[in-house]
Design a protein around this ligand. Structure first.
Ligand SMILES: N[C@@H](CCC(=O)N[C@@H](CS)C(=O)NCC(=O)O)C(=O)O
Length: 197
């Protein structure tokens, strides 16, 4: 266990911060949480970080990017390697899921919903199809598995559940704006085309 609490620069609503905080809890690690107001650029001031949150400071060892922080915490402080297996093939599956979330699933979520929620832009059918395609890939990778990378919880589950929670929350926000009539109904039509092929 660390000699002094690990500092985490964070904000409660930030998805990658939530993933790091849950990983620390699974590991039984205490974090010293430092609220970092990115809305007023606090993370770019010299006394803070000059990069994105979450950022971790473990007795002077500074790391950012949530998935790298999560892997480090398990490597450094996990009682065993179950959250991030050392076996090369098992680890490769976890790494694949982490990269899939970073580069595809979360990124497609972001491309669909952020322009609507923060810039008032129109619903983009093409971006929605891309997200649905990624969700279908996630479904396939869950086939026959209890968790996204195998039979037990790993950091890949934690990072991916945060993305799915965002999608769920966004669904609620978009309910009055035709989420069911436009998105769900359209997705069902799309699925029916796919089944016919
Ligand atoms: N891929 C990064 C994303 C980090 C990120 O974009 N964090 C946001 C908050 S959710 C941030 O710090 N934004 C401020 C900025 O981009 O200037 C991770 O997983 O840690």
């Amino acid at each position: 266990m660390p000699t002094q609490p690990i500092k985490l620069y964070y904000l409660p609503p930030s998805p990658p911060c939530r993933a790091v905080m849950m990983t620390a809890k699974v590991l039984g690690l205490e974090l010293e949480l430092i609220v970092t107001n990115i809305m007023n650029g606090e993370h770019m001031t010299p006394e803070y970080l000059k990069h994105t949150i979450p950022t971790m400071d473990d007795s002077g060892f500074i790391l950012w990017e949530s998935r790298a922080i999560m892997a480090y915490l398990v490597n450094a402080y996990g009682r065993d390697d179950s959250l991030y297996p050392k076996n090369p093939r098992q680890r490769a599956i976890v790494d694949q899921r982490l990269s899939f979330d970073l580069g595809t699933l979360f990124s497609r979520y972001f491309n669909l919903y952020i322009p609507i929620l923060f810039r008032g832009e129109e619903y983009n059918e093409e971006a929605a199809e891309k997200l649905n395609e990624a969700l279908a890939w996630l479904d396939t990778s869950l086939d026959g598995r209890a968790f996204v990378a195998g039979d037990n919880l790993t950091i890949a589950d934690i990072t991916i559940i945060v993305t799915l929670t965002n999608i769920d929350r966004t669904k609620q926000v978009l309910e009055p704006y035709g989420y069911n009539e436009i998105d769900v109904a359209g997705a069902q039509i799309l699925a029916s085309f796919m089944k016919k092929e």
